[in-house]
Each structure stands twice: as C-alpha cells, then as structure tokens.
Design a protein around this ligand. Structure first.
Ligand code: HEM
Length: 211
C-alpha cells in the first residue's frame, strides 16, 4: 500500500473554518444563557452573556465575509463546490446515505473521493449549501437587526414585528445547533476518526492506494 498527499484546504479556508466554529459554539452557549437564564449560567452575569454573544456574532459575520470573498471572488469555485449537480441529486445523495447508514459499518469504501475540484460528497454539498448560503446569512442578518434595532426597524416591520424576528433568529439558531452535532459526528466517519480533521487543520489529505 502506498500513500500520496493532496492539498485540500487552503489557508484562508482553514482560518475561516476554525474561527467560524469557535464563533458559532460561543454563540450557541451564550445564546442558551440569554434564552434560558433561569437554567443556564455559563458566563457570569446576564449582561456579560449578551456582550459575549454580540462579539461572537460580529466575529461570525466577518468570518462569513472571509469565506464568501475567498470562494466567490478569489478561488471562483463557490458554485462548483457548494451547489449539488444533477448527478449528486439523482444518485449521489442515495449512495452517500446508504454509505453513512450501512456501508460504513460494514467496512465498505466511501463512494466519494475528495479532490480539490470536487471536495464534497452529495450530502455534504447539499448540507453545506443550505447552511452557508441560507441559514448562516439568515441567522446573521436577524442577529444584526436585533443588535442595531433602530436602523433596522424597516426590516423588523418587514418580517412582521420584533417577536417574529426574535423567534426566527432562535429557530435558525436551533437548526444550526442540530447541524453542528451532525456535522461533527459525520466528520469522524473517515478511515480513522481523525482522518477528516487533519486536512481541515493542516490542509493535506492523505490518500492510500492499494496495488
Ligand atoms: C464545532 C466544531 C466543528 C468541528 C469539529 C468541525 C469539523 C469539520 C471538519 C473535520 C471538516 C472537514 C471534513 C468535512 O468537510 O466534513 C469540516 C468542514 C466544514 N465545516 Fe466544520 N466543524 C465545526 C463547526 C462548523 C460550523 C459551526 C460550520 C458552519 C456553520 C461548519 C461548516 C463547515 C463547512 C462548510 C465545511 C467545508 C469547508 C470547505 O472545505 O470549504 N463547521 N468541519
């Protein structure tokens, strides 16, 4: 068996990913305290939880701009990597689902092989598209509107009032939270539990070739 390496994740992607992950985990924990102050107290006072939540929100908004700017303007590969094609929808989603639910546990090989031009399997592509192009922008926009309520008043009215905006923000946050748990679990289903973490840390994926 020989191995070779491919450079899968350029530096801006890795910086974005870990900044974003840290920001979102901080948002979830501080958001829990803000929403359920009678049950959760992780950051001292209510005011300090709000201050941390607002700061992490700005970090996530800025890191989203880094992600979008890199993929859309510099690499030019946003649509190619993140939008599922006909083949992904017709066959890829099914094959990958069968792999995650059954074949992984029978020791069968992953039907998708990552390359820099086609990094994600059909399920990853679909999930990452919904998360990065819909959910993260929506949770960021509703969060920024709550933070800068006076200048965003027309947006607040557009969605039907403050109560609806707050609940929309909370529902998006719950969906993001569900994604994070699923994402971290699926990321451990590589050849070894750390195989997918390494390329997101140092950029390089190791491929084993059987002869
Ligand atoms: C909380 C801790 C997190 C861990 C441990 C983690 C882990 C990983 C790992 C190992 C990968 C590479 C393998 C793969 O593509 O599945 C990855 C990629 C990715 N993660 Fe995460 N993640 C975390 C949080 C997040 C969050 C909060 C988001 C977005 C809301 C996110 C979005 C993504 C995206 C879009 C990719 C693909 C990036 C690219 O190559 O362009 N991750 N993550």
């Amino acid at each position: 068996m020989t191995t070779h390496k491919i450079y899968l994740n350029p530096t801006p992607v890795r910086i974005w990913h870990w900044l974003h992950a840290l920001g979102i985990v901080t948002l979830i924990l501080s958001g829990l305290q803000i929403r359920f102050p009678e049950y959760v107290n992780l950051f001292g006072t209510y005011k300090s939880a709000i201050r941390l939540h607002n700061t992490a929100g700005i970090v996530v908004a800025l890191s989203f701009v880094l992600w979008f700017g890199y993929y859309a303007l510099i690499a030019g590969s946003l649509a190619k990597l993140y939008i599922p094609g006909k083949h992904d929808i017709q066959r890829g989603l099914w094959l990958q689902g069968v792999y995650y639910f059954f074949n992984f546990f029978r020791g069968r090989p992953n039907p998708h092989h990552a390359t820099p031009e086609n990094k994600f399997n059909a399920l990853q592509k679909s999930a990452y598209m919904v998360i990065m192009l819909m959910l993260v922008p929506l949770v960021t926009l509703t969060g920024l509107a709550l933070l800068y309520i006076a200048p965003a008043w027309s947006l607040v009215n557009m969605v039907g009032g403050l109560k609806i905006l707050v609940n929309l923000h909370f529902l998006c946050a719950c969906a993001l939270c569900a994604f994070v748990f699923t994402h971290v679990y699926l990321a451990t289903l590589g050849v070894t539990p750390w195989a997918h973490f390494k390329p997101m840390w140092d950029g390089w994926e190791e491929i084993e070739e059987k002869h």
